[in-house]
Design a protein around this ligand. Sequence first.
Ligand code: ADP
Ligand code: ZN
Length: 436
Amino acid sequence: MQINFWNKQIETASRDEINDIQLQRLKKIVGHALKSEFYKKKFYKAGIETPEDVKTLEDIQKFPFTTKNDLRQNYPTGLLASDFDDVVRIHSSSGTTGVPTVIYLSAEDMDCWTELVARSLVATGCTKSDIFQNMMTYGLFTGGLGLHYGAERVGMAVLPIGGGNTIRQVKYMQDFKTTTLHITPSYLLHIHGKLDEFNTKIEDLNLKRAITGAEPHTEQTRKKLEELYNMPCYNSYGLSEMNGPGVAFECVYRNGMHIWEDGFIAEIIDPETGQVLPDGEKGELVLTNLTRTAMPLIRYRTRDLCHIYDSDCPCGRTHRRLSRIMGRTDDMMIINGVNVFPSQIEEVVMNIPEVGTNFQIVLAKSGAIDKVIVKVEIYSKMFSGDASQLDSLNKRICEELKASIFVNPAVQIHEPGTLPTFEGKAKRVIDMREEI
Ligand code: ADP
Ligand code: ZN
């Protein structure tokens, strides 16, 4: 297997070297954080007054966590740690409750981010000969612009098309012989269903790989995409609070996402107690950005559930790997007292060969009882068979779901193209329980 590096020295640094870099950068970033009103107060309360209070990497555990709520309550400038004149980029997300959060970056911060993205893309095999169609939404959302600059730095030809307008997306893939897509997995699934309509076959395209991220998706979904498109799909993880994409990325081995440990300190905690867990145990990911001086974030609770692999990766990179994100702490559905993550349902339905490229989960109440309705699109050829075939498929999906989630679901089978589609992040769960 061909393995390319962007910055081989850092990507293959020894554990001692990585620890050294992390400690030096942690001290430095704590110094910057102390310049913001928010951290000055927060750290003083925890007994930290100068960067010299950080002596070892374990000292990070003395720091309190930072939460999304802290960002909201200190909107717009409470966490700004530099002069406004040094800010060159502002990203803001409105979030579901409508209270915005904001992230500031200086020119130096932009450069660090761009380097990490370039490094990530090269790890998937991208080179300057590639044609990069960026199908993520541009704007305040970091998915679009986040990969854009890194892709340019690698020297690829970047097509900043953004999300949506599927017919034009497919035309451009053909006209420009696009090799690399950056796209949400749900949109990539959706596009496949449209290719027939546009009289386009996968063989007519020049695709070599897709970078898929920005939303949770299971290994089953990845497998399905790789089969449908006959190309590898690389998982990409990031969040606006840590700049955006480029926090953790899969290499050509696709066995977990290397977290760039010279840029971030990653910890896994028990979301209930806040206690730090050892590598391999599942919990909530907590991240410290080690380089962003305009707005440092120390021990930020991502709410993303995953674990860390510390085994060696055959690519030679020494940065530890993050498992697939299994869901968010705030994603969990409680159905008649049973905890269920949407990813458990996705795993089951995407593994059933007759199921097509879209599904939806609806939660409703019937009296005091919660009901879960799983709607799945199936391939059109199934509809030409007799009705008993559909009945037995429905029964099989129900049984497989019940065995996985321990809740009895109702399954509805739909024709292709009939469930709501998404051109950015998918909204798979509709919870109607509060409204009734
Ligand atoms: P928002 O919180 O508004 O969705 P972002 O656009 O910054 O803000 O999204 C970041 C979140 O998206 C992450 O915290 C994570 O929950 C999800 N996410 C991003 N990449 C992935 C991925 N590869 N797998 C699963 N979830 C992801
Ligand atoms: Zn690797």
